[in-house]
Design a protein around this ligand. Structure first.
Ligand code: IMP
Ligand code: MG
Length: 188
């Protein structure tokens, strides 16, 4: 039982308003996996996950792509602890293996301003993959700054800060099996 005191009531907690239910996400990922395999029949596919947000999506997507699939991971930082993009992208961890001549699908949690993926695509394209595609679970179309387009989009969502299924607020909420809109407590 939670203690309710006056001081406690003044510190209102953040809330998460449901947006995409877990079952709906799984259904869509199934479709995306089949589509990716249809586009590259019989080819080994390298999924490049963008740490850390893409991990749940990559894990589920990989299991919905029949045939040969391998993983690699890359880490960039752009957001920090804020809900606003700094517009700056830095490479924190590179891939383990060469992607030259490979069929690569970059897997990302969300396409927002597009600055992160624009930077990543520039780096990865230089390494001469056979194909370079992008799969994102969520697409916040309204926020786009960079001219980036995802080949596989799970859901187009409104311009709200969302958490869950890999998406975080200050590293929290990544473990939620659903996606929700974060509502920060109003001050005072
Ligand atoms: P972009 O570079 O603006 O496209 O942002 C990409 C990154 O920002 C994503 O990989 C997320 O880590 C983060 N991001 C953007 N929108 C959200 C959101 O609504 N919730 C949580 N993280 C977000
Ligand atoms: Mg993030």
């Amino acid at each position: 039982m939670g203690r309710r005191t006056a001081s406690n009531a003044a510190v209102k907690k953040e809330k998460v308003r449901p947006l995409l239910a877990a079952a709906r996400i799984q259904k869509r990922i199934r479709e995306m996996g089949r589509q990716i395999r249809k586009d590259f029949p019989g080819e080994p596919i390298v999924l490049v996950g963008v740490l850390k947000g893409a991990v749940p999506f990559l894990a589920d997507l990989a299991r919905q792509i029949p045939g040969e699939v391998t993983f690699d991971f890359i880490a960039v930082s752009s957001y920090g602890k804020d809900t606003k993009s700094s517009g700056q992208v830095k490479l924190n961890k590179d891939l383990d293996s060469s992607i030259e001549g490979k069929t690569v699908v970059v897997v990302e949690d969300i396409l927002d301003t597009g600055l992160t993926l624009q930077y990543l695509l520039r780096i990865l394209q230089q390494r001469k993959p056979k194909h370079l595609r992008i799969a994102v679970l969520l697409d916040k179309v309204e926020r786009r700054i960079a001219n980036v387009h995802a080949d596989y989009v799970g859901f187009v969502i409104p311009n709200e800060f969302v958490v869950g299924f890999g998406l975080d607020y200050a590293e929290r909420y990544r473990n939620l099996p659903q996606v929700g809109i974060l509502q920060l407590p109003t001050q005072g």
